[in-house]
Design a protein around this ligand. Structure first.
Ligand code: NAD
Length: 490
């Protein structure tokens, strides 16, 4: 049984009240780890340490190239522990080995990307009014509170920790209470490469306790949050106390638009990948497939045929193509949405059930599920289900495709499949979404900005934008003619 502790000021410790949370393998319902259940006091202490460490300058004033060398070492260690991290991620989150391998590889690449970026030129100079020379420099923000969800336990952590540290900040990090295992292993790596004490602090525990304290604290300068839109709204309010900067990466209900002229098998293949990878527990999942009416019947038939062939099973079985949902609680939520869909009058043409055969009865498995004959305002079309449940809608022309695609409160991602390049770009430009794909779905790159429009969030992660989120901008005006201004009479 793994015993997960918090890491504060370079020391591993239990929570003040000694409480533990049981961590469950979603493939079989078994407890495989216990995690310290952090309190408000633990969180306050971590914030205090992060503040003192930031002010000490040990990290914030370290030359960027030296900070980069720590980040390169972290990346190398992630590679070294890759097999262990893959195993832990699969056990904790349920994702397949193939999915976990992608995440671990991306995590190492993300540290390398920001290690490289931080040593590149930044800042600007302006020619203003002589004799003044103006310039702009970027500085770390201070204490950054980082809060992440359970669907990519390691990768979401790294998307925040790598740019935060690269920029010279100190951090208080909170993983999801459901999946603290690989984030804790990452902190073991930070200790192993001898990151200076107090720079990175890990507090485990519940959102309304640890997360809320981070969001409310007057000593936290920036909260970078990834999670649900409802929690994001709470963070916004909690952060108002000291007007701290926030960035929010929230939920989605993303459209995947398939025109009749698209390469049919490619479109079907990516549409399946768009919704069923990660068992649909992906913020950018293509959970609304919009298909041009002339190929609608053919598309539904082929999509359902393929969906039924997906091999659902434990993530650690190399034959599994789709793993379980992350928890009993989440399983119940997804099954409830399937019932809502039926009650709303949508037609269930594939799946719709928990899987209990073939020894899967103790895990949280759900069949790949498809609803058709939906109406745009149904809850299953509007709300994020975050499971292997897709709705397939019909559209008659480009205009209607765009109108349906934009008809939700979310605006995270979207895809278009067509061989007409001009049409693809016309449609993409009308999509109210921050991440878009043409003739592909889901690929994500460390180099490109990640984030949403509307209620899918505020700000951008990854790429140069992701580094700027963790920096303050300062203008410096230098008078080159040192003499009195003579504004007032003597
Ligand atoms: P969640 O909002 O329930 O939890 C996310 C994190 O917030 C967890 O660490 C949780 O403990 C914490 N939290 C919960 N209540 C809090 C509070 N009152 N104050 C402070 N922190 C609190 O989300 P989840 O169920 O863990 O993850 C699924 C959601 O995350 C989905 O909506 C998904 O779309 C979203 N997500 C978005 C992105 C993105 O990049 N936009 C990426 C991954 C996941």
């Amino acid at each position: 049984m793994l015993d997960l502790k918090m890491y504060i000021n370079g020391e591993w410790r239990d929570s003040r009240n000694k409480q533990k949370r049981k961590i469950i393998n979603p493939a079989n319902g078994e407890i495989f780890a216990e995690a310290a259940e952090g309190t408000v006091e633990d969180t306050k202490e971590a914030i205090k340490v992060a503040k003192e460490t930031f002010e000490s300058g040990i990290w914030s004033e370290m030359p960027a190239s030296e900070r980069a060398s720590y980040l390169f070492k972290i990346a190398d260690k992630i590679d070294e522990y890759s097999d262990e991290l893959v195993h832990l991620e699969t056990t904790d989150n349920g994702k397949t080995l193939r999915e976990a391998r992608f995440d671990v590889g991306d995590a190492a690449a993300c540290f390398r990307y920001y290690a490289g970026l931080i040593t590149k030129p930044d800042g600007q100079t302006y020619h203003v009014v002589d004799p003044v020379q103006a310039m702009v420099v970027r500085e770390p923000i201070g204490v950054c509170g980082l809060i992440v969800p359970w669907n990519y336990p390691l990768l979401m952590s790294v998307w925040k920790i790598a740019p935060a540290l690269a920029a010279g900040n100190t951090i208080v990090f909170k993983p999801s209470e459901v999946t603290p295992v690989t984030p804790t292993k990452l902190f073991e790596i930070l200790e192993e490469i001898e990151l200076p004490k107090g720079v990175a602090n890990l507090v485990l525990g519940a959102g309304p306790v640890v997360g809320n304290e981070i969001a409310e604290s007057h000593d936290v300068d920036f909260v970078s949050f990834t999670g649900g839109t409802k929690t994001g709204k709470h963070i916004m309010k909690a952060a108002a106390g000291n007007v701290k900067k926030i960035s929010l990466e929230l939920g989605g209900k993303s459209p995947n638009i398939i025109f009749a002229d698209a390469d049919f098998e490619t479109a079907v293949d990516y549409a399946l990948f768009g919704i069923y990878s990660g068992a649909g527990q992906v913020c950018s999942a293509g959970s609304r497939i919009l298909v041009e009416e002339s190929i609608y019947e053919k598309f539904v038939e082929r999509f359902v045929e393929r969906a039924k062939q997906i091999n659902v099973g434990p993530g650690d079985d190399p034959a599994s193509e789709m793993g379980p949902l992350v928890s009993q609680e989440h399983l119940e939520k997804v099954l409830k949405y399937i019932e809502i869909g039926k009650k709303e009058g949508a037609r269930l043409v594939c799946g719709g059930n928990r899987i209990t055969k073939n020894g899967l009865n103790k895990g949280f498995f759900v069949e790949p599920t498809v609803f058709i004959d939906v109406k745009p305002d149904m809850r299953i079309v509007q709300e994020e289900i975050f499971g292997p449940v897709v709705v397939i809608q019909k559209f008659k022309d480009e205009r209607e495709a765009i109108q349906l695609a934009n008809h939700t409160d979310y605006g995270l991602a979207g895809g278009v499949f067509t061989v007409d390049g001009a049409k693809a770009l016309r449609v993409i430009k009308k999509l109210r979404a921050g991440i878009t794909w043409i003739n592909t779905y889901h690929p994500t790159y460390n180099e490109a900005p990640w984030g949403g429009y509307k209620q899918s969030g505020i700000g951008r992660g990854l790429g140069t934008y992701g580094l700027e989120e963790f920096q303050e901008i300062k203008q410096i005006n230098i008078n080159l003619q040192v003499e009195p201004i003579g504004w007032f009479s003597k």
